[in-house]
Design a protein around this ligand. Structure first.
Ligand SMILES: Nc1ncnc2c1ncn2[C@@H]1O[C@H](COP(=O)(O)OP(=O)(O)O)[C@@H](O)[C@H]1O
Ligand SMILES: [Mg+2]
Length: 490
């Protein structure tokens, strides 16, 4: 069957949602998370750099101490004892000192080592070109030569903040320079050790600095990555929430609309129903009086008889409309009896038999072996099936066949029975599909447009539903779907 659904869901346009504040909130949270992460990464990497520098400085000071010791014991003391005084201009003394210094710094990361004399000149250097030159040390030299504390500083060829952008760094870019007094051991009877000059040790820490920078980079990248993942998750969440909210709002809107129109219809229905109720009794009197007069007038003139006939026919039709309307407007609460729908169908078909014979209508039935038990109101179900069959008969308007099938099916833990009635008429007009259940919608001259609404209201009041479709082979199919009566009762 090519089903044409009778109810079409209309979609309202997307609306502005009150969730936009959540979007701005998530942007703010991204900025906050980013800033916090950046601060954290800055603190962590800074402390790593500080640790590295402290370690390098400690190492430098140990080296200076060792050099002081070695130079005094292996060079200064023996030279003074043998020659009376230290004179590094003499090549033998210079070479002696050079041997001592190189034996100490052998294999250590020392880029350069200088010794300054009291006239601020370079008296010894591992770089020969520096020898005898003045003004190579820092302004602290004077203080150190007069017993000041050892002093260390970092010397770089460009500002430290540029380092991450100038990777890889050239060797010698970052140097740690330690300037300390070159002391001997205290002479007998003296408390202070004599100062012989100033020792300047320069270490190349570029490689370590580069490692810290790489570590810093990894931390920053990881922080950014985690922030973006968090942010994307947040956005996905908000998007999903917006979607769900918009769907709910749309549903609520539809429900509200339906409620409003239902309320209006209900109050209108109540008014019209009471009018219809008032009309019914006088209408009955008019109909029976017209019938009486017609019987009497058969003996008098034919014209009066025709007029009375018209009054009678119209009052019958009018009372049918009023009754149908009252059935629709004041639906009865269905009883909950055990009813076999197949038996009800039999009774309707028996009632309509002579009518069907007149119009040369056949009925072909395929009922299941078991009965079609439902819990419901026999009279109401009778009225529903009657309406469906009369509609079919009117649609075929001449010879035709009803194909009636009863079946069972299981839908989500609910057993249902389906009674399908197909006729060989023209079928439903697809253009009218949406309005077939609307009260007073009719395509017939004498129709009330209340048949299908009554059927629908009876079936839904039984917890079922009615499907209107067109069959592939032509003709209309009306399917009544009802919950099957529980087994204990069947
Ligand atoms: N079996 C059918 N085949 C074709 N059209 C049908 C059939 N049953 C109902 N219809 C259409 O549905 C309309 C509404 O039916 P109904 O509510 O019973 O009112 P009425 O029979 O008074 O017109 C009919 O006017 C007709 O156009
Ligand atoms: Mg009808």
């Amino acid at each position: 069957m090519d089903a044409a659904p009778s109810k079409v869901a209309d979609k309202a346009p997307e609306q502005e949602l009150p969730l936009s504040y959540a979007r701005s909130l998530s942007w703010i949270s991204l900025v906050l998370v980013l800033l916090t992460n950046l601060c954290l990464s800055f603190i962590i990497s800074n402390s790593a750099r500080e640790t590295l520098l402290t370690k390098q400085k400690e190492f430098g000071h140990l080296l200076v101490e060792n050099l002081n010791n070695q130079i005094f014991r292996r060079f200064a003391l023996p030279t003074i004892l043998a020659r009376g005084r230290i004179a590094l201009r003499q090549p033998t003394q210079y070479e002696h000192l050079d041997r001592v210094v190189k034996s100490v710094i052998q294999g250590l990361p020392v880029a350069r080592l200088r010794i300054y004399d009291f006239s601020y000149l370079v008296a010894y250097s591992t770089v020969v070109e520096d020898l005898g030159r003045a003004g190579l040390s820092s302004p602290k030299l004077e203080e150190i030569l007069h017993g000041g504390e050892a002093y260390s500083t970092i010397v770089s060829s460009f500002p430290a903040w540029q380092a991450p952008f100038r990777l890889p760094l050239e060797p010698g870019t970052f140097l740690l320079r330690i300037l300390a007094p070159l002391r001997g051991e205290p002479l007998p009877g003296q408390k202070d050790s004599p100062i012989m000059g100033a020792l300047e040790v320069t270490q190349d820490i570029t490689e370590d600095y580069e490692r810290v920078l790489a570590f810093q980079g990894i931390i920053v990248v990881l922080c950014l990555l985690s922030s973006f993942i968090l942010f994307s998750l947040l956005l996905v969440l908000i998007h999903r929430a917006e979607h769900v909210l918009s769907e709910r709002m749309h549903k609520n809107m539809l429900l509200e609309k339906e409620l409003h129109s239902n309320e209006k219809l209900a109050s209108m229905g109540r008014v019209v129903a009471s009018i219809a109720h008032e009309i019914r009794n006088p209408l009955g009197i008019i109909r029976s009086s017209a019938e009486l007069l017609r019987k009497r007038s058969q003996q008098t003139d034919r014209c009066t008889e025709r007029i009375l006939g018209a009054i009678y026919d119209e009052s019958v039709r009018l009372s049918q409309t009023v009754n149908d309307f009252l059935d629709y407007a004041r639906p009865r609460k269905p009883r909950q009896d055990l009813v076999d729908l197949a038996v009800v169908l039999e009774q309707v078909l028996a009632f309509l038999e002579s009518e069907f014979q007149q119009h040369a209508l056949q009925v072909e039935r395929t009922n299941p072996t078991e009965p079609l038990f439902v819990l419901g109101d026999k009279d109401l179900l009778y009225r529903a099936l009657y309406n469906i069959l009369v509609n079919g008969q009117q649609a075929m308007s001449g010879p035709g066949t009803f194909y009636i099938t009863g079946s069972h099916r299981q839908v989500e833990n609910q057993e249902q029975i389906i009674l399908s009635i197909r006729d060989t008429g023209p079928g439903f007009d697809p253009a009218n599909m949406e309005h077939l259940m609307d009260p007073f919608f009719t395509t017939k001259d004498g129709g009330t447009g209340l048949g299908l609404p009554i059927v629908n209201s009876i079936i839904t009041s039984h917890g079922g539903q009615i499907l209107l479709e067109n069959a592939k082979q032509g003709g209309a199919v009306v399917s009544v779907i009802l919950p099957k009566a529980p087994l204990s009762e069947s």
